[in-house]
Ligand binder design. Structure first.
Ligand code: G6P
Length: 606
């Protein structure tokens, strides 16, 4: 994946492009480039490595100009190199393009264009776009026409930002299956792969839809389809602020976002619950009451951390709303051939609202005539727009690649949705009253961060970790293992504690620690017996236990205490020590926990 930024306006483009690229670095950071257009001149710079290398390379040079495009690359076609870095251009240095996505038929296009005399400078799929447009320009078409003609020949997925260097008073953008937004400012417009790149510049965002082209001038915008017919668009207000997108006093976004846990849970239920009456109000679901009543079975489709939140949701919907649930990896659901009956609804859970597999799962559900619901954090994102109904997380921007606060907020939203759909409202008041106590309880756990840091230091040489939990804490264990893998690169496996003796127990020994989520609840005796089996094999145990519970003292080598709560709400507390443990493990190893190797925050390719 790659990140795109574009600017046209009265200001200087370079600072906008560089700060935007830095915000998009999570999408890829093996090379980067800019092209800036002014008074008939094009100033280009490309560099290998992260954005600060590009920034240093442009410092002191003349990069003035108020139209520009920029790109941070995550190599797919061709090694990371200056030649392969974007922007790419045609032979005549007229067409400049940055691209995110994959041009699937680029080989044929390249061969065809070489046959027509074009000279290619890179190994990328993207360069063919510039030459193809140039080829159509030779026919005497204007730029927009040439762009349409090219788009009709290109197969694949793309978000494109382009400039005709003969007319730098316009910025062009096109989208098909890769996200692209336009930011609307005063006398200026921005383009970006993701609205987080525009925080601090504008809150007014237009999400381009698949099959749309935008022609942007500094004082107006025209959005059309590939047939040049204007399409309606909406300007969405993003309530994100600059402070939320900066690390502030924290050394990493991941730590800051873990510490935002209490506020994130509060933000998810604020204005939506009345604990006294046991009532939940979800505006996003109110328009389709009859369809919601018709739900007989729910499929939750999601990826990564959102999938694990979905697994917790499965317990909520089954135990609170009495609706049978199946949670599927969106990447599996999209290719599975299963019979649907009309009472099935599909719930997509996605922080970014742009994950390609989750979007494909949603579209498949629609093709099958199923009701589609969403729990999405990014307002106006593709998944949010394409679902029939849904709710937003209101978690604010999540910048760390490894999801932490979004998980908490997803679990809270899943709970609210289950409570909302439940026909029998008995017991809801107690759950909601306790939900209101959760932020305060998370604070108490966060205050133990120094203890958790010490523990992660104690175990820093372990090569493997087993995470155990049961019921609501089983998916929490899976999420804890994922977090540790993502940011510390330590191998970790999550397992239902009862299942451990059917395999994972074989690995246990003095060098293989277990992180057990074992709060006191209806199933504590069972998990304690599972831990006995580990202790008997001399496996070290770090247990997450309820305050004042003495039953684990003899079993665990180390204890992390969490306040008591109702069982369905436990994951909102027990995941916090796991997130902190992973964070400190990664930091101790000297890794960039905000941008783990090989991973990206929103995976917009299959
Ligand atoms: C990537 C991220 C994960 C995230 C997953 C799903 O793998 O690194 O943190 O959980 O995508 O993303 P979504 O935006 O759909 O929740």
């Amino acid at each position: 994946m790659c990140g795109i930024v574009g600017y046209i306006g009265d200001g200087e483009s370079l600072p906008v492009l560089l700060t935007g690229l830095k915000a998009l670095e999570y999408r890829g950071y093996d090379s980067a480039g800019v092209a800036i257009f002014s008074r008939g001149a094009v100033k280009e710079k490309k560099s290998l490595g992260r954005i600060n290398v590009l920034e240093a390379a442009t410092k002191g040079g003349d990069f003035s100009g108020s139209t520009g495009i920029a790109h941070t690359r995550w190599a797919t076609h061709g090694v990371p190199s200056e030649a392969n870095a974007h922007p790419h251009r045609d032979c005549g240095r007229r067409v400049f393009v940055v691209h995110n996505g994959i041009i699937e038929n680029y080989r044929e296009l390249k061969e065809y264009l070489i046959g027509r005399g074009h000279k290619f400078l890179s190994e990328t799929d993207t360069e063919s776009v510039a030459h193809l447009i140039e080829d159509f320009l030779k026919d005497g078409r204007d730029f927009k026409d040439a762009l349409f003609a090219a788009l009709k020949m290109i197969k694949g997925a793309y978000a494109l930002a382009l400039v005709d260097s003969n007319d730098p008073e316009k910025l062009y953008a096109a989208r098909l299956s890769s996200p692209l937004v336009v930011g609307v400012g005063a006398g200026e417009y921005f383009l970006a792969s993701d609205p987080s790149a525009l925080i601090g510049r504008t809150k007014d965002i237009i999400y381009l839809k698949d099959g749309e082209v935008a022609v942007v001038r500094r004082d107006n915008i025209e959005i059309v389809n590939f047939e040049n017919v204007p399409t309606p668009y909406e300007i969405i207000k993003l309530e994100w602020n600059l402070e939320e997108a900066q690390k502030g006093k924290y050394p990493h976004f991941m730590l800051k976002e873990i510490f935002e846990g209490p506020e994130v849970v509060r933000a998810a239920f604020r204005g939506r619950i009345n604990a006294k009456d046991g009532a939940v109000k979800l505006g996003g679901l109110e328009l389709i009451p009859e369809k919601l009543k018709g739900i007989k079975r729910l499929v939750i489709a999601a990826c990564g951390t959102s999938y694990y939140a979905g697994l917790i949701g499965e317990y909520f919907f089954e135990e609170i709303a009495d609706i049978p649930v199946e949670v599927q990896f969106a990447s599996e659901f999209r290719y599975r051939r299963e019979p649907f009956d009309p009472g099935t609804a599909v719930l997509a859970v996605s922080q970014s609202g742009e994950t390609a597999d989750t979007l494909a799962a949603l579209r498949k559900a629609k093709e099958n005539g199923l009701l589609t619901l969403g729990i999405v954090n990014v307002v106006g994102s593709t998944i949010a727009r394409e679902t029939d109904a849904g709710i937003y997380n209101h978690a604010g921007p999540e910048i760390g690649v490894a999801s932490t606060k979004a998980f908490l907020s997803q679990v809270t939203c899943l709970l609210l949705m289950a409570l909302y759909l439940a026909k029998d409202k008995t017991g809801q008041s107690a759950l909601l009253r306790e939900l209101e106590n959760i932020p305060g309880k998370i604070e108490k756990i966060l205050a133990q961060a120094p203890l958790i840091e010490k523990l992660s230091e104690k175990y820093q040489d372990s090569q493997n970790f087993l995470f155990l939990g049961r019921r609501y804490n089983y998916p929490t264990a899976l999420e804890g293992a994922l977090k540790l893998k993502e940011v510390s690169y330590i191998h970790a496996e999550g397992c239902g504690a009862g299942e451990m003796k059917h395999g994972p127990l074989a690995m246990i020994g003095p060098d293989f620690p277990t992180l057990a989520i074992a709060p006191q609840n209806g199933i504590s005796d069972k998990i304690n017996s599972n831990l006995e089996e580990i202790k008997a094999r001399r496996g070290p145990i770090v247990a997450i236990a309820t305050e004042n519970d003495e039953s684990l003292g003899s079993l665990a080598s180390d204890l992390i205490r969490v306040p008591a709560t109702l069982e369905p709400l436990e994951p909102l507390l027990t995941v916090i020590p796991l997130q902190l443990f992973a964070y400190y493990a990664g930091v101790k190893k000297g890794y960039d926990v905000d941008k783990p190797r090989n991973l990206a925050k929103s995976v917009t390719v299959e």
